[in-house]
Ligand binder design. Sequence first.
Ligand code: NI
Length: 161
Amino acid sequence: MEIVTLGNDVLRQKALPLQDIDDTVKALAQEMIETMHRGRGIGLAGPQVGLLQRIFVVQLDGESPRVFINPTIIGTSPETSQYEEGCLSIPGMYADVTRPEKVTIQAWNERGRPFTLDAEGLLARVIQHEYDHLEGILFIDRLSAPKRNRLVALYDKKMRA
Ligand code: NI
């Protein structure tokens, strides 16, 4: 799978729910996990591989991959934290992003089983970052306008080089 990058309109659209979680979806999730590994990322969402579907994969160092299909964030903590984020669709760019420290998410896995997960720390952060992708939101949207403009200008300059 090819990872699409900033400027591609697919990253700015709202992804649609999957109708069935069948073998095709299982294979799709596996392909996304492999694409995430190749990119050395810890998360990858459907729109990032050109699919406007509500699916993302996450894998932290030393853990098994997790697949989230048709997810809903059902709770976030009032406490926030700041951490440096990057994105496979905006290669080479990093910035501190403030997000809720904990999140509760409900989703289906690649075998079609529903689950609810309470996550905190890095896992909570990646989940929120990937969930944003399904809404057409990128981490740079969560920065102040001056910071975002600076980052995008730097990225454009790098891409033209
Ligand atoms: Ni991303």
